[in-house]
Structures are given as C-alpha cells and as structure tokens.
Ligand binder design. Structure first.
Ligand code: FES
Ligand code: FE2
Length: 404
C-alpha cells in the first residue's frame, strides 16, 4: 500500500535506478496513443456528461460550509442546480434545487434558513425537503403534499468531504473510493475546516486540467523554482487504483516547509511518516486532486463548463491540530505558493485547446510517468461503454497494473 514508507522507499530506489540506467520499467505495458479528438469533439463531451458526470460521485462541498441545522448552499453541478442543506437532525442532504410546483429554482447562494420558500408562488419546504405549505391549498384538490417533496440526490460524506451522485442506483461512496480510503487513512478528514477557496476559469478541456495534476514529468520545465527544488521527480512511487483513482508519492528534498506543509518541521504533525518524506498526491476520479500535507492542504476540483472551458475550484483545508502548529501567515504562504505553481501551469497550457483543435495533432503519446492519464481515460471509456463511443475516439483497452 502506498502509505507504507518501506514499500514506497523501495519503489523510489527502483525508480532512481531506472533513471540512472536510462530504462523503462520492464513490467509496465507501453501506453497506446490517445485520440486527440477526445479533448475537442462535442459528441464526446456530451457522452461524458451523460455517462460520467451523471453516474459518478462528485465533490459538492465541505461539511464546515454547512455548520449548523438550516445551513444551506446552492451549487450548479453538471448544469443541474443542486441544493445542499443540513437538516434539524444535523444530517447533510442534497436535492435538486427545483420547486415541485412549476420548476422554479428554489434557493440561491448560501446561508441559513428555517425552510425553503419558493419565490414564485411560495410553496414551502422544510430542511429535509418535505413540502409543508401551499398558499391557498384549496386550489389543489386531492394534492398529496407527501408526494411533492424535493427530489433527493444521493449524498454521502467521506470525512467532511460532501459527495453527491445523480445516479440513484450508484454503489455507495465508500465502495467507489475503495483504496483511496486506505491511502488517506492517516488524515483526520472528519474535522477539517475550509480556510480559503479560490476559483479559476481556464480556456481548455477539463481533462487537460485534471491530467496536469497527475504527472510530475513537467515539473522540471514549468516549475523550476517553485517545485523542482523541493521534490526529486526521479524518485516516484505511484499506484493506479480501481475506479480510475491513483496515488503518488514523490520523494522530497528535505523538508517541504516552503510548500504545502507550512510551518512544520520534520518532527511535528499527525500524518504518517511518508508525509514528511514526500509530496503526496491523490487523484480521485474524475476530477479531484488532493495533496495530503500537515496543517493545510489543497483539494483541486476541475469542473467542465463546456468542451473548451473549465472551472478549477481550489479548497485550502486545515487540519484540526493546525491552530497549535501553524499560523495565518503560514497558511497564506501555502496559498501563495500554490498560486504561483498554478500560474505556471496555466501559462504552459495557454493556447493548448486551439492547438489540439487545429488538427495539428492526431494522438497524444504518453510516457510511463504519465500513466495516470491513461488510467483516467480508460475509466471514462468504461463508464461511457465502448458501444457508445464513436469510431476512432476510444482508447485501447489494455491491462494496467492496478493496485489495491
Ligand atoms: S414554481 Fe415554486 S411555487 Fe410555483
Ligand atoms: Fe504543474
């Protein structure tokens, strides 16, 4: 497992040996090329909307954004208005943010409410989504209010991370996350708090954004001063995990004090030892990148706006023990550090959508260190179903060494 330091150190050794010997790990299959049109074809984007975004678990928010009964937050996910609300019982639920009278959007923004009253004709729902009040109810003979509750959306928590799934028949979140639960088992995710949230909008396909956060091959070139001095990209330990997830640990050069792990020296902290020896990174399918670190850590979420536009949400989350060991300037240093890194990524990616759309590239060729990208595409195709993918757009189905 990737949280065992001994195993990771062995993988680092092997990775460094391969680097020195200029060789490719011989037990790893060559990665077939990926059709470039997967990033540019509207029909493929629509297939992703239908089969990926409507059928997988998606991060909708952090529990501390809904601190008490009545707290709510309206969000838009895959073009659907979604209402997250904490009920009187303390439970967080998700609903379609759609009034059951004539479909008006019910709640806007975020805040605290005792109930949700539709602004159109004032049909009113409680925090659990039950329809409680209809003005002039005599006008609706035989209407059974219990059959007009807000339409629920599957909602489950992983620690304080709120996930939703539009597919009522989806398997439970824990089953979907699978090995990710083990990889992150040292993180006290129940009590994390949101320190800051940033949003960026970039003019390229969402997969380009997500995949940028799943390889360190570009670090030397794009991040020569912001990242490269802190990590040894030659020493790479990675696992592809079932359901399209992946975990990576890149050996650090000494302490990561100047990067995510602000104000922490080698001895402090609550996370496993690996955290102080490496840059840890988890890609949770389809669009989350979580980098475990002491005190404050980023969670990046790439949301498609259109085939060629993506919104990147960056949550900076703090650990329960953070207040004892980190200070606000430390948090701000982490935020500023990641902003620099992202700025470098964004400038490298400038114009990429036009470049790919021009027909100037037929297929994307990935190297061994970019294997997580191939794994990501394979999972997308598995969800869409090969029978639904237009000719020439599928990735080849190969067997990659998926860990537990
Ligand atoms: S649409 Fe909501 S009360 Fe009429
Ligand atoms: Fe980068």
């Amino acid at each position: 497992m990737l949280q065992s330091l001994a195993q990771v150190e062995k993988m680092w050794e092997l990775s460094e040996l391969n680097y020195r010997n200029k060789q490719h790990p011989d037990d790893f299959p060559e990665l077939p090329e990926i059709p470039a049109e997967r990033f540019t074809r509207e029909d493929f984007f629509q297939l992703e909307k239908e089969h990926v975004w409507k059928r997988t678990w998606l991060l909708a928010g952090i529990a501390c954004e809904l601190p008490s009964p009545g707290s709510f937050k309206a969000v838009s996910i895959n073009d659907a208005p979604v209402l997250l609300a904490r009920g009187e019982d303390g439970k967080i639920r998700a609903f379609y943010n759609t009034c059951q009278h004539r479909g008006s959007m019910l709640a806007k923004g975020e805040g605290t409410a005792q109930h949700f009253a539709c602004s159109y004709h004032c049909w009113t729902y409680d925090l659990e989504g039950n329809l409680k009040f209809i003005p002039d109810e005599r006008l609706f003979p035989n209407l059974d209010k219990s059959r007009k509750s807000l339409k629920p959306i599957r909602c489950e928590l992983f620690g304080a991370l709120i996930f939703i799934n539009f597919d009522g028949d989806a398997s439970p979140l824990a089953e979907f996350l699978g090995s990710i639960l083990g990889v992150l088992q040292d993180m006290p995710l129940d009590n994390i708090k949101l320190y800051k949230k940033l949003q960026f909008e970039v003019p390229y396909n969402w997969k380009i954004v997500q995949e940028n956060f799943s390889e360190a091959y570009h670090t030397k070139f794009i991040h020569p001063t912001s990242l490269e001095p802190f990590i040894q990209t030659k020493a790479r330990a990675g696992h592809l995990l079932a359901n399209g997830h992946a975990a990576l640990a890149i050996k650090s050069r000494g302490s990561l004090t100047n990067l995510w792990a602000s104000d922490v020296d080698d001895k402090e902290g609550v996370l496993n030892e690996l955290t102080r020896k490496s840059q840890r990174n988890c890609n949770i399918f389809p669009n989350i990148t979580l980098s475990p670190a002491e005190n404050i850590f980023p969670v990046l979420v790439a949301w498609p706006i259109s085939i060629q536009r993506t919104r990147l949400d960056v949550y900076f989350l703090t650990m329960p023990s953070s207040d004892q060991v980190a200070s606000e300037p430390g948090y701000e240093a982490t935020v500023a550090g990641l902003e620099v890194v992202l700025g470098e990524d964004f400038s490298a990616l400038e114009g990429i959508q036009e470049a790919i759309s021009s027909g100037g590239i037929e297929a994307v060729r990935l190297g061994w260190e970019e294997q997580i990208i191939y794994h990501h595409h394979q999972q997308i195709d598995r969800l869409i179903g090969s029978e639904n993918i237009p000719a020439g757009l599928a990735v080849q189905d190969i067997t990659l060494p998926v860990g537990v």
